[in-house]
Design a protein around this ligand. Structure first.
Ligand SMILES: C[S@@+](CC[C@H](N)C(=O)[O-])C[C@H]1O[C@@H](n2cnc3c(N)ncnc32)[C@H](O)[C@@H]1O
Length: 476
């Protein structure tokens, strides 16, 4: 049962549109959320995922605003986060309404609008539900800069990006207020999923609003206003910005968007979202923003505004001087040829041609081409994917490269073998055969990682930090 205080209830009563009732708000806020997931189309098609999971007891109810999103019910009790399909990145557990902002951002873009030069910024990214959704909408093309202010959350963000096989991402770790200055009018599309008071998440955390106090939101509102201004400055003319929160108050939502309009006037256009999906109008404000109250679609509360930048605006601060000491250099032609040959001969992987192989000491990385003009303009925590380390003789592939690059040649494991592999164990082979060296092991035709084929067993090469104590298997 949710704990509301009277101040909070009074504020909702003032904010709630006329066609919605307080009784429904309280009733829905007291119900647990329906479980929802998003299929990771970087790894598996929606049809193949449904075919894979239906025999395991899953039932799928489509989420109207996300073609890859489903409310799911499961006849078999299982800890989803520890299931093999989750750990190998076939799906992301994501609240339905949190799928709205990326859908709104790419509403009119067809896949051919996303090309090698497209640059997208996700300003407040961790833990990465929307970053990984955006990457799959971009089909790993172009560049996605994912920023997060909190150092511990950057780690979680990176783990999710790697698990989902994202290769077009560059991670930064800044207060996102810096983007307008560092990367002025650089991005085609920006998501600002802003830090907020989180009132919409009460169904996940019944204690979230126990000590709610309207005055505490004031600091957050100032941050939100500064962040949206920075986002607008970093956006190219003609580009789109989505501002979203899981807050319910006008202060943190509509007022922040009106603030932007008051600063940049005619350069700001609010784009109506009433046609985003069937019945989107039920959640629309007079400006065309979506204000999703929990009772409208039986979801978390959410706010989504889409803003178009009609014209260039004046830079507010001078462009900072370029930083010089960047530790990566483009790999030489001979090294590119050798590394490409290693990936092809060992794993049957063709390295993508729309990305550049870069070297730092003994490490090789794959950078999205669109990041090159940004290098030196701001500090990146991590760019693209790490491909391999150089050994005395040859190379050692990195796990994240195997998860992100496609290979038609894999050794498929059974349920029990896949469980053992993710728990860090070696896999015995039924009969002794010729050793094959490094191989990709897979489950449901999707990679789990690399093993060394020794003839009579597969020696486990899973990175130690990914080894699990517990794996949940469907007992069918
Ligand atoms: C609503 S959460 C983001 C959720 C994320 N977009 C997702 O879908 O998984 C807001 C994030 O903003 C981060 N944050 C807070 N202040 C920030 C700032 N000034 N600049 C950038 N990020 C900030 C928080 O640490 C938090 O991770």
């Amino acid at each position: 049962m949710a704990h509301f205080n009277q101040n909070f209830l009074d504020s909702i009563e003032r904010e709630l549109p006329d066609h919605l009732s307080m009784e429904d708000f309280i009733a829905y806020s007291n119900q647990p959320l329906r479980l929802s997931i998003r299929v990771n189309t970087l790894k598996i098609s929606v049809t193949d995922f449904i075919e894979l999971m239906t025999p395991k007891g899953w039932q799928f109810d489509p989420i109207p605003w996300c073609a890859e999103g489903f409310w799911v019910s499961n006849s078999v009790e299982i800890q989803l986060g520890n299931s093999i399909e989750h750990l190998q990145g076939l799906f992301y557990i994501q609240e339905a309404s949190s799928m709205l902002p990326p859908t709104a951002l790419f509403e009119t873009a067809s896949q051919c609008d996303i090309h090698a030069d497209t640059r997208v910024l996700d300003m407040a990214s961790a833990p990465g539900s929307k970053t990984t959704q955006i990457a799959s909408l971009m089909e790993n093309k172009g560049l996605l800069v994912a920023n997060e202010y909190s150092a511990s959350r950057v780690k979680v963000l990176h783990a999710n990006i790697a698990r989902m096989g994202v290769s077009n991402c560059a991670l930064t770790h800044f207060d996102a207020r810096v983007f307008g200055e560092y990367l002025f009018e650089t991005f085609d599309a920006i998501l600002l999923d802003a830090p907020c008071s989180g009132e919409g998440t009460i169904r996940k955390d019944p204690d979230a609003l126990k000590n709610w106090d309207n005055n505490e939101n004031k600091g957050i509102v100032a941050t939100q206003k500064a962040l949206i201004e920075s986002a607008f400055l970093a956006l190219k003319p003609g580009g789109s910005l989505v501002y979203s929160t899981c807050a319910l108050s006008r202060q943190e939502n509509q007022d922040v968007c009106h603030h932007l309009k008051s600063v940049f006037n005619d350069a700001v256009e609010f784009m109506p979202l009433s046609g985003l999906f069937p019945h989107a109008d039920k959640a629309c404000t007079e400006e065309g923003f979506l204000h999703v109250w929990p009772q409208i679609y039986d979801s978390e509360g959410f706010f989504v505004a889409k803003i178009h930048k009609l014209a260039s605006v004046e830079r507010q601060q001078e462009e900072p001087r370029k930083q010089k000491n960047f530790p990566f250099t483009p790999a030489k032609a001979k090294q590119v040829a050798e590394l490409s040959e290693y990936f092809k001969a060992t794993f049957n992987i063709d390295l993508p041609s729309d990305a550049q192989i870069m070297q730092r000491d003994l490490e090789f990385w794959l950078f999205p081409n669109a990041v090159q003009p940004l290098i030196g303009k701001m500090r990146f925590q991590r760019i693209g994917i790490k491909l391999a380390d150089t050994l005395k003789k040859g190379y050692k592939v990195r796990h994240e490269a195997i998860l992100a690059l496609h290979s038609p040649t894999q050794i498929e494991l059974t349920d029990e073998q896949a469980k053992a592999f993710l728990m860090g164990r070696d896999i015995s082979l039924a009969e002794k055969v010729k050793p094959q060296g490094e191989v990709i092991v897979s489950y449901a035709n999707n990679p789990l990682g690399v093993a060394k084929h020794l003839g009579n067993k597969l020696k486990n090469n899973l990175p130690r930090e990914l080894v699990k104590d517990k794996i949940a298997l469907y007992e069918l």
